[in-house]
Design a protein around this ligand. Structure first.
Ligand SMILES: Nc1ncnc2c1ncn2[C@@H]1O[C@H](COP(=O)(O)OP(=O)(O)O)[C@@H](O)[C@H]1O
Ligand SMILES: [Mg+2]
Length: 337
C-alpha cells in the first residue's frame, strides 16, 4: 500500500520487549489457546546437540544410515565415504519424532516462532507436509527462517534471555485453504486491522467482509484479549467454511520483522482505530497487493525476477524475454513431435 507521497517519510520506532517475543513462542501461546489452535501439536524440547547439528555444515540427514547396504554388485553404485549418522548425537529426540508419526500421519513442523516455508521446494509436493523424520530434518536444515529463530529471534527486542529453550513443534498436518487465512494486527489491546495472508486475488472474499470482521473481533475479545500477555501482537487465524469458527494458527510479535502484508508498519504504528471499525484489507482486482511470485520464494527464484519485481520497466523487459523464450520452446517441441 503506497504511503502518502506528499508527506516526508518518517520511520516510526516500534518498541518490542523480550517478553513480547517470548509470549509469541509457540509453546507459550499454545499452553493458553491450544483448544482454539487449528491442529493438534506435539512440542519436543530440542536438545543442544540438535541445535549444534542445525547450525553445523554437516548436511547428512539423520537416521538415513540405518538401512543395511543393498547388495552392491553394480559398477555404477558408488558409496561415498560415510560420515557418522548425526542422529547418534540426539537419539532420544530422533526416536520421539519418529514416535509422533504413529499419531500424526503427516506433520507440519516449526520451531518456536518460524516454520520452514522457504525450504518447501526441497520436498516433492513443495509444501511443508512431512511424511518422515528425514523430511523434517531436510526442511529445517535448509531454511533461513529456522536459522532466524536460532540466531536472530530477539534482534528487535530490548533484551535477550540468558538461555532460549527451543521446541520442535510437530503439528498434525491438516489441509488449509490459504484464501481464508488472515493476519490480524493488535496495538495497545485494540484490534486495528485484518489482512489477507495469501496475497492472491480471491473474488469471493469481498462478500465476506462483514463476516470476517464479526468473527475475528469476537474471537479477539472473548478468547485472546483476556489471557494474552502482550498488549501489541499480530495473530494469524483460519476461518474456513461455513465461517462460524475461528482457528488460531500462530501469534507473532508486533514488530517490523513480522510481515505487515497489505498494511505498512508505519501505518500500523500510527493509525487510529476507527470507531471500533476494524480495517479489513483484501487484494482486489485493481490492487494486486504486491508482485507475488510465490511467497517465501525469495531465496530460490532467479535474481533477475526479484530485481524486476521492484522495477516495472525491467519487468516488461523480462516478460518480453520470457515470452520469446516460451514461444521458442513451443516451436522446438512442436518440431520434435
Ligand atoms: N497443521 C497444519 N497443517 C498444514 N498446514 C499448516 C498447518 N498449520 C499451519 N499451516 C500452514 O503453514 C503456514 C505457516 O505456518 P505458521 O505457523 O504461520 O508459520 P510462520 O510463523 O513461520 O509464518 C500457515 O500459513 C498455514 O498455511
Ligand atoms: Mg508466525
Amino acid at each position: 500500500m503506497p504511503e502518502n507521497s506528499n508527506k516526508p517519510a518518517v520511520f516510526h520506532e516500534i518498541a518490542v520487549t523480550k517478553n513480547d517475543i517470548l509470549n509469541c513462542s509457540y509453546e507459550n501461546w499454545y499452553s493458553l489457546f491450544g483448544a482454539h489452535a487449528y491442529s493438534r501439536a506435539i512440542m519436543l524440547p530440542v536438545p543442544d546437540e540438535f541445535i549444534d547439528y542445525l547450525e553445523s555444515d554437516d548436511f547428512t540427514i539423520p537416521g538415513e544410515k540405518s538401512k543395511p547396504n543393498a547388495q552392491n554388485d553394480s559398477d555404477w553404485d558408488y558409496t561415498p565415504p560415510s560420515r557418522p549418522d548425526p542422529a547418534c548425537r540426539f537419539l532420544e529426540f530422533h526416536r520421539r519424532i519418529q514416535e509422533t508419526f504413529k499419531s500424526f500421519k503427516h506433520i507440519a513442523p516449526k520451531l518456536n516462532w518460524s516454520a520452514p516455508q522457504d525450504s518447501v521446494w526441497m520436498l516433492p509436493g513443495r509444501t511443508m507436509k512431512c511424511s518422515s523424520s528425514s523430511d523434517i530434518y531436510l526442511l529445517l536444515k535448509s531454511s533461513d527462517y529456522i536459522n532466524h529463530d536460532l540466531s536472530h529471534a530477539f534482534d528487535e527486542a530490548d533484551s535477550v534471555p540468558d538461555k532460549i529453550q527451543y521446541y520442535l513443534i510437530l503439528r498434525e498436518w491438516k489441509e488449509i485453504n490459504p484464501s481464508l487465512e488472515f493476519r490480524c494486527f493488535v496495538r495497545d489491546r485494540q484490534l486495528l486491522g485484518i489482512s489477507q495472508r495469501d496475497l492472491n486475488y480471491y473474488p469471493f472474499l469481498d462478500d465476506l467482509h462483514d463476516t470476517i470482521i464479526e468473527r475475528i473481533s469476537a474471537f479477539f475479545d472473548d478468547v485472546l484479549l483476556p489471557k494474552f500477555g502482550s498488549n501489541s501482537f499480530a495473530f494469524d487465524v483460519y476461518l474456513p467454511k461455513p465461517f462460524t469458527k475461528v482457528y488460531l494458527v500462530d501469534i507473532n510479535p508486533f514488530a517490523r520483522k513480522t510481515d505487515s502484508l497489505l498494511f505498512t508498519w508505519n501505518e500500523l504504528a500510527t493509525m487510529a482505530p476507527h470507531d471500533d471499525e476494524v480495517a479489513v484489507r483484501l487484494v482486489t482486482q485493481h490492487n494486486s497487493g504486491r508482485f507475488a511470485t510465490k511467497a517465501h520464494s525469495h531465496n530460490h527464484v532467479p535474481r533477475d525476477v526479484l530485481d524486476a519485481s521492484m522495477d516495472s520497466s525491467k519487468m516488461v523487459e523480462m516478460l518480453q524475454n520470457w515470452s520469446a523464450m516460451l514461444s521458442k520452446e513451443n516451436e522446438d517441441t512442436e518440431e520434435s513431435e
